[in-house]
Ligand binder design. Structure first.
Ligand code: NAD
Length: 475
């Protein structure tokens, strides 16, 4: 296990340490060197050199490094998965899935390294362009600051680091203070694959490190994934640089009267409780046509009560712990508020005995739209289900949110699907699938308070490059 910080390709041990705890038992699993603001300034200086080294690589050489890294990661998959369980508390099956996704993110990024190109612009299509030809090329921005959250420390770090390197940039990564272990292991993999040393720094640390990384004038792009609250701070403090924000949501699913009820139940179960609901596209708000409401709630209740809760290292565990006790307390407070305002608790919502950060998967119905459980991102193993009368009302309920990441609809009617697609405000719409579905090469991101920009290597390339326009006068 790597516990030093990575400063321009060199492993550096610091006196000040940050403890990393296993959420399931509360035991300390590592003491990791903690970066300070001074490390950010050093990392930026190294990144300037690293960027020069990156510029000497051909696209094919960048492709080779990233492909090699994907092979090393595949070989070390189980080691990565077990470390993910220890730092996040997600189940071993969820951890393995994250590692395999991270391999795909690397491969797609490697392939993009070959495609960073440009386009001919017909300059003489303009009345003033006679006698001129022109084209643009995409160049690396230079230095990228990447800041990532705790829930997918490996794959969400990969979504920033790999495409930014594919474009020829140097990257400074700050993983979540709670989950720095697999991001540091990723640094080791990239160096082993032949990445120029100065091209990567990984600085485990708290907010002040993140602040220095986002405000530094030599950083050209800040790519942040995390909460709306921190996203807002970054948007205000970043100054003149590109800012990409991948923030939270309170994703909705609609089951229309002609939809497949059994499939909707199954997908809600998968999408609402995986990783203890700590997923930005976790199913939170389900709107069911009034004719199907009773049956849906009954079937979902059976499914929720059948989930196996507990030790995330066990192969058959479905739901592990949340990241911390304070998070469970927050959700229980929100549940209390909703119940006081007339909502009905169908099942779950209490703490598992002797396990303060294991919230029993909750199902709540008839939740008024003004309470936090409906309006805010709950980020917990909790799903609320409300009935609706017609499609228009369902669409209004979906859109009654400050967020808009991904939404789902279950219907067999193509007309209904099309109306829904046109009218909902979201970055992604899934028909007959839950909003939590994502593959790593698709454009992924949100509208409203869910953020700005899209990830997925091909789309991230647009953020990690600058367009340089070139014109020749032929006269
Ligand atoms: P968080 O916002 O608390 O922390 C995210 C990162 O920001 C951490 O590395 C943290 O140290 C850093 N940070 C804190 N203060 C900072 C500051 N002032 N300046 C710069 N950086 C600072 O989020 P979290 O609790 O780790 O993760 C959960 C959140 O992430 C949820 O809201 C979830 O929806 C969101 N998320 C979004 C996506 C997406 O792709 N849209 C994916 C996963 C998670």
């Amino acid at each position: 296990m790597r516990t030093e910080l990575l400063l321009g390709g060199e492993w550096v041990s610091k006196e000040e340490k940050m403890p990393v705890f296993y959420p399931y038992t509360g035991e300390k699993v590592a003491d990791v060197s903690m970066a300070g603001e001074e490390d950010v300034y050093k990392a930026v200086e190294r990144a300037k050199e690293g960027q020069k080294e990156m510029a000497l690589l051909t696209p094919y050489e960048r492709y080779q490094i990233l492909m090699k890294a994907s092979e090393i990661l595949r070989d070390k998959a189980e080691e990565f998965a077990r470390t993910l369980v220890l730092e996040v508390g997600k189940t071993i099956r969820e951890a393995r899935a994250e590692v395999q996704r991270a391999v795909q993110t690397l491969v797609f990024s490697a392939e993009e390294a070959k495609r960073v190109g440009g386009e001919i612009i017909p300059i003489d299509a303009h009345p003033n362009g006679k006698g001129k030809v022109g084209f643009y090329v995409r160049e690396p921005v230079g230095i990228v600051s990447a800041i990532t959250p705790f829930n997918f420390p490996l794959n969400l770090s990969m979504h920033k680091v790999a495409p930014a390197l594919a474009c020829g940039n140097a990257v400074i990564l700050k993983p979540s203070e709670r989950t720095p272990l697999t991001p540091l292991m990723l640094g080791e993999v990239l160096l082993e694959a032949g990445l120029p040393k100065g091209a990567l720094s990984i600085l485990p640390g708290y907010g002040p490190v993140g602040k220095a990384m986002t405000t530094h004038p030599d950083v050209r792009v800040v790519s942040f994934t995390g909460s709306r609250q921190v996203g807002e701070i970054i948007a205000k403090q970043a100054g003149i640089k590109r800012v990409v924000l991948e923030l939270g949501s309170n994703s909705a699913v609609v089951l229309h009267k002609d939809g497949d009820l059994r499939k909707a139940v199954q997908k809600t179960l998968l999408g609402g409780y995986a990783i203890a609901g700590q997923v930005c596209i976790s199913v939170q708000r389900v709107f069911v046509h009034e004719e199907l409401f009773g049956k849906f709630v009954e079937e979902l209740k059976g499914g929720v009560e059948g989930l196996k809760i507990g030790d995330p290292m066990l192969e058959d565990t479905d739901v592990g712990p949340m990241i911390g006790v304070s998070e469970v307390d927050r959700v229980q407070e929100w549940i209390r508020e909703a119940l006081e305002e007339g909502a009905r608790l169908v099942t779950g919502g209490s703490k598992k005995e002797h396990k303060a950060n294991l919230l029993l998967p909750a199902l709540i119905t008839l939740v008024p739209s003004h309470v936090k459980l409906f309006r805010e991102e709950v980020f917990a193993p909790l799903v609320l289900v409300n009935p609706y009368r017609d499609l228009e009302e369902a669409i209004d309920m979906v859109n009654d949110s400050p967020y808009g990441l991904q939404v789902g609809l279950f219907t067999r009617d193509i007309g209904v699907a099309w109306e829904f697609i046109r009218k909902v405000r979201a970055g992604g719409v899934l028909i007959n699938e839950g909003p939590n579905f994502r593959v790593d090469h698709m454009p992924y991101g949100g509208v409203k308070n869910s953020g700005i920009g899209r990830e997925g290597p091909r789309f991230a390339v647009e953020d990690y490059t600058e367009i340089k326009m070139v014109i020749f006068d032929l006269a």
